[in-house]
Design a protein around this ligand. Structure first.
Ligand SMILES: O=C(O)c1cc(=O)[nH]c(=O)n1[C@@H]1O[C@H](COP(=O)(O)O)[C@@H](O)[C@H]1O
Length: 218
């Protein structure tokens, strides 16, 4: 017998595959949010694992959004459960210097560390300062699109070579068809695919337009 959690988890995986197929040629990473899978228990976690494997099979980086706040030992267990090769830290300004101290000692390709920083797209002024304080941390920048982060403000998150930031837009892309088509509940897979890939292409073009605008950094 099919439990409802099982069928919902199957539907989520089916939905995710459409998204991944639609964006794979236009983005470098996908960022699943654990809470949406935990709701459906072990079936949800299985859907997440299958989604991660599918994304990786398309050569996408998977950034798991598994943020939790807890005491050190518990946080370490969360980290062991979900983190692989690196971590993005939510930045509180007073921690930036300590993070840079660690990051500067662990740099690799392009002079970046595996310790990244989460810096919201809606805070470009802070980003300018943090970019200077954390020259060795890749920025994960959520908030572009639905939360009001604007493309023209994104230049400051990148370094002077136009690298060092991963700009994230979730609902702006995966639900892009909602505003486009009033009858979205009856949307075909083909149309859904088209709206999602068009949204990803638009976001990519907007980001690339400002990536190298160093004047915005001053
Ligand atoms: O860790 C995150 O990904 C994150 C950090 C943060 O400071 N703000 C933030 O919005 N996020 C996540 O980024 C995603 C943003 O989604 P959209 O607003 O739909 O683009 C959500 O999954 C949030 O949980």
């Amino acid at each position: 017998m099919y439990s409802s959690n099982e069928s919902i988890a199957d539907a989520i995986y089916y939905f995710n595959k459409i998204i991944i197929d639609a964006v794979a040629d236009h983005v470098i990473a996908v960022k699943p949010q654990l809470a949406y899978y935990e709701v459906y228990g072990s079936y949800g976690i299985r859907a997440l694992e299958k989604t991660i494997s599918y994304a990786r099979s398309k050569d996408l980086i998977v950034i798991n959004d598994v943020k939790r706040g807890d005491i050190g030992s518990t946080s370490t267990a969360y980290a062991r459960a979900f983190l692989g090769n690196g971590t993005f830290q939510v930045i509180w300004s007073n921690l930036a210097e300590q993070i840079e101290e660690l990051a500067s000692k662990t740099v690799g390709i392009n002079n970046y560390s595996f310790i990244g920083a989460v810096v919201g797209a809606t805070y470009p002024e802070e980003a300018k300062r943090i970019r200077k304080t954390l020259p060795h941390s890749i920025f994960l920048v959520p908030g572009f699109g639905m939360q009001g982060g604007k493309a023209e403000d994104l230049g400051v998150f990148f370094d002077e070579n136009g690298i060092g930031a991963v700009i994230s837009s979730s609902r702006g892309i995966i639900y892009s068809y909602l505003n486009q088509d009033e009858a979205w509940k009856k949307i075909t897979k083909t149309d859904m695919f088209r709206y999602i890939s068009e949204a990803a292409i638009k976001a990519k073009e907007q980001i690339n337009e400002v990536r190298f605008t160093s004047s915005a950094r001053i």
